[in-house]
Design a protein around this ligand. Structure first.
Ligand code: SF4
Ligand code: SF4
Length: 296
């Protein structure tokens, strides 16, 4: 029988709220324990070497694990970055411990580990596009992983898995796809580096309230039946399969509980898509159905 291949994963938390970890740990099918204990795809086991929230170790010892993984598995490990990268004040707004007598910044770790990784998954809208930490006025100089890599000349492939938070299936699916078939091929990702398998359709396309939209029946308050467009729904400009996939193990989702879609997977979240509970302006509405190839 062929030996199971260990695929090391280092998971860094930069400027964020840890909500992406919480969401992904709630994976239902497969359960997160299956992701971590079993083979994610036949013959391949994810070896989660470092995760600030769930690992048992702490301090110096865990930094050694990062170093060890970097040395022993250069070019083979995967780096998951959750949160945006703080760049102001020499990266001093995000640190991961100390090296000698100086602070080790998240920014330098993302750069160093990113350079030697097989691929990087930018998990959540903060990592993928800057998200809330990069919202105005952004005093910490937060940027997305891709923008940070571009500024440092890091060419390692990045897969963006946005969402505030991201659906666990989007992360597990993106990881499983890389393990199964290798790095994304041309056409697998959209222009914003999101896997088309999950971020292809507009929320609006398969929304159960779509018939109301087509008939011009709009909710006037949150508990009303009717399309939520006038209450700020961004479903018409948001590329995600939430309306088909649903959340919490297929139980419900944002619009299902009467909330407008806030467009949490898009690069304009939150600044461009705010105010969240106000109707999209006419110029944005004119782009309903625009493909992400045109920039979302
Ligand atoms: S605007 Fe929002 S609530 Fe209305 S049909 Fe589209 S996605 Fe559904
Ligand atoms: S429905 Fe909209 S706001 Fe809700 S998770 Fe999906 S993309 Fe984000």
């Amino acid at each position: 029988m062929a030996k199971t291949q260990e695929r090391p994963v280092i998971w860094l938390q930069a400027a964020g709220c840890s909500g992406c970890s919480v969401s992904v740990l709630n994976s239902v099918s497969p359960k997160i324990q299956n992701v971590l204990v079993d083979e994610v795809v036949p013959g391949q086991h994810v070896s989660l070497r470092f995760h600030p929230t769930v690992m048992a170790g702490s301090g110096e010892m865990t930094l050694e694990v990062i170093e060890e993984t970097k040395q022993q598995s250069a070019g083979a490990y995967f780096l998951v970055v959750e949160g945006a990268v703080p760049t102001a004040s020499g990266g001093g707004y995000g640190t991961l411990g100390e090296r000698g007598d100086r602070e080790l910044t998240i920014a330098e770790q993302v750069e160093d580990l990113g350079r030697k990784a097989a691929a990087v998954i930018a998990l959540g809208t903060c990592a993928a596009f800057g998200g809330i930490p990069a919202g105005k006025p952004n005093p910490t100089g937060c940027v997305s992983v891709k923008a940070f890599f571009d500024s440092k000349g890091v060419a390692t492939p990045v897969i963006n898995v946005p969402g505030c938070p991201p659906h666990p299936d989007w992360f597990v699916g993106a990881l499983a796809s890389v393990l199964l078939t290798g790095l994304p091929k041309p056409g697998d990702l959209d222009a914003l580096l999101r896997p088309k398998a999950f971020y292809g359709p507009l929320v609006h396309e398969h929304c159960p309230r779509r018939a109301y939209f087509d008939e011009g029946k709009f909710a006037k308050k949150l508990s009303d039946p009717g399309c939520l467009l006038e209450l700020g729904c961004k479903g018409p400009v948001t590329h995600a399969d939430c309306s088909l996939r649903l959340w919490n193990g297929g139980v419900n989702w944002c619009i299902g509980v009467g909330s407008p879609c806030h467009g949490c997977v898009e690069p304009g979240f939150p600044d461009v898509l705010a105010p969240l509970y106000e109707k999209l302006d006419e110029a944005t509405l004119a782009n309903i159905g625009a493909s992400p190839e045109k920039g979302g």
